[in-house]
Write a protein that binds this ligand. Structure first.
Ligand SMILES: CC(C)(COP(=O)(O)OP(=O)(O)OC[C@H]1O[C@@H](n2cnc3c(N)ncnc32)[C@H](O)[C@@H]1OP(=O)(O)O)[C@@H](O)C(=O)NCCC(=O)NCCS
Length: 184
């Protein structure tokens, strides 16, 4: 399944993406709000997990390409979180892009296509997003997508140790009807 937007192609992953994926996963600016940068092995394992999801569902965290400009700039897409929380099971939208491509509206543009796929093709009633509370760039994208945050739903990420400084996360929700009202 390939999604196209004005400037982007969201496509399945290729072997040639792996080195560029490692490059962004080993960039401290990109990984500022994650527990650590990733080694090549960790980066490849993550890509493998993402590809497996794609094979089983035919959607997931799409590889993002900018035709004639960049073969691979990161991922944007839909994911099923594999931990237990008050809001799971659910479908989340996520994004991670290489630093040279930030602040050009790419995350928002790709996310709109992924959300449209989730609401139209999968007929999901709601899609969520979450991030470390101080990740204002990611929160800003959520807000541009008209996702809403209720502080009562802030949560400690269950995959991080209880004393971890990045543990407190904010949850944003987006209903199908809100998306269609704003983006169709
Ligand atoms: C989060 C991320 C995907 C955003 O990608 P992007 O393509 O730059 O996003 P967009 O350009 O669509 O939108 C970014 C918005 O954040 C704003 N922004 C940038 N820095 C900001 C900051 N420090 N605080 C608040 N807003 C900020 C931009 O101005 C822009 O808003 P605008 O269009 O109203 O001007 C990218 O920064 C990234 O990959 N970060 C590292 C990985 C990550 O944190 N992923 C999310 C984990 S949940």
């Amino acid at each position: 399944m390939i999604l196209k937007t004005k400037r982007l192609i969201l496509r399945p992953w290729k072997k040639t993406d792996l080195d560029l994926f490692f490059k962004l996963n080993s960039d401290p600016k990109v990984m500022e709000f994650f527990p650590s940068i990733l080694s090549k092995d960790e980066s490849d394992k993550l890509a493998e997990k993402i590809q497996e999801e794609f094979t089983s569902k035919s959607y997931g965290l799409w590889a993002v390409q900018i035709p004639s400009i960049a073969e691979f700039i990161g991922f944007i897409g839909l994911n099923h979180p594999d931990f237990k929380a008050s809001f799971t099971p659910c479908v989340e939208i996520g994004w991670r892009l290489a630093y040279p491509f930030w602040n050009k509206g790419y995350a928002t543009e790709g996310a709109i296509a992924a959300l449209k796929f989730g609401f139209e093709k999968l007929n999901l009633s709601e899609i969520v997003a979450f991030t470390y509370e101080k990740n204002m760039r990611s929160r800003h994208v959520m807000e541009k997508l008209k996702m809403t945050h209720d502080p009562k739903e802030d949560f400690n990420h269950p995959k991080l140790p209880s004393d971890h400084p990045l543990r407190l996360h904010v949850l944003y929700r987006l209903k199908q009807e809100t998306f269609f009202k704003n983006f169709s």
